[in-house]
Design a binder for this molecule. Structure first.
Ligand SMILES: [Zn+2]
Length: 196
């Protein structure tokens, strides 16, 4: 069964859990709970800055940060990275004990602390990794805009369930997503870099 990434590289989905036979995104209520939660979380992450850039520049200079292209870790404890800073995460994960936090929502905090302490990957570390790790290539996917629209359409059909999850409070879409995820007990088979 093929695995695919959407929007951000890193989190991978079983293709047939989220796409119908004609490669359209399924309605949300036909997607199993775990991948659905990650999809919803992804929507709130796609235009966020890279964590390492953000630690460098801070809110005041957020415009200087690269937009994240990669996500590792668990929903609510994820690390967002630009390609330039992905080697830092890979290095921390493999060489600096980061893999001990695999599966934990502490994952992101521990990495952020490591970066904030002035650590980084050695020059030239692990930069072309993902090309080798994805020998099958990605299938043709709808572009991000389309995925987002499909997900938002999905929300329309899901309104009742989602409102229930949000304890019936009338809030906007983004807050619903956050709340729903904050309340859920997440134990997802999220992908991590390989240990090698
Ligand atoms: Zn960056």
């Amino acid at each position: 069964m093929a695995k695919v990434s959407i929007g951000l590289r890193g989190w991978r989905f079983e293709e047939d859990e989220i796409f119908s036979d004609d490669e359209e995104l399924k309605p949300l209520d036909e997607i199993p709970e775990d991948p659905r939660e990650r999809l919803l979380r992804l929507v709130s992450l796609v235009e966020e800055p890279c964590d390492v850039c953000y630690l460098d520049y801070g809110e005041a200079e957020v415009h200087r940060c690269n937009e994240a292209e990669i996500v590792y870790g668990e929903p609510e404890g994820e690390v967002l990275l630009c390609p330039e800073h992905e080697p830092d995460l890979l290095y921390w994960f493999r060489e600096e004990g980061g893999s001990e936090h695999k599966g934990s929502v502490e994952f992101a905090d521990r990495f952020h602390e490591w970066v904030a302490a002035g650590n980084e990957a050695p020059e030239g570390y692990g930069s072309v990794e993902h090309v080798e790790e994805d020998p099958d290539g990605l299938p043709d996917l709808p572009d991000q805009q389309e995925v987002q629209e499909r997900i938002e359409e999905g929300f329309e059909g899901e309104r009742i369930d989602i409102l229930e999850l949000a304890r019936g409070e009338e809030t906007d879409r983004e807050e619903l997503t956050e709340e729903e995820l904050a309340e859920s007990d997440l134990d997802l088979s999220t992908d991590y870099p390989s240990d090698r």
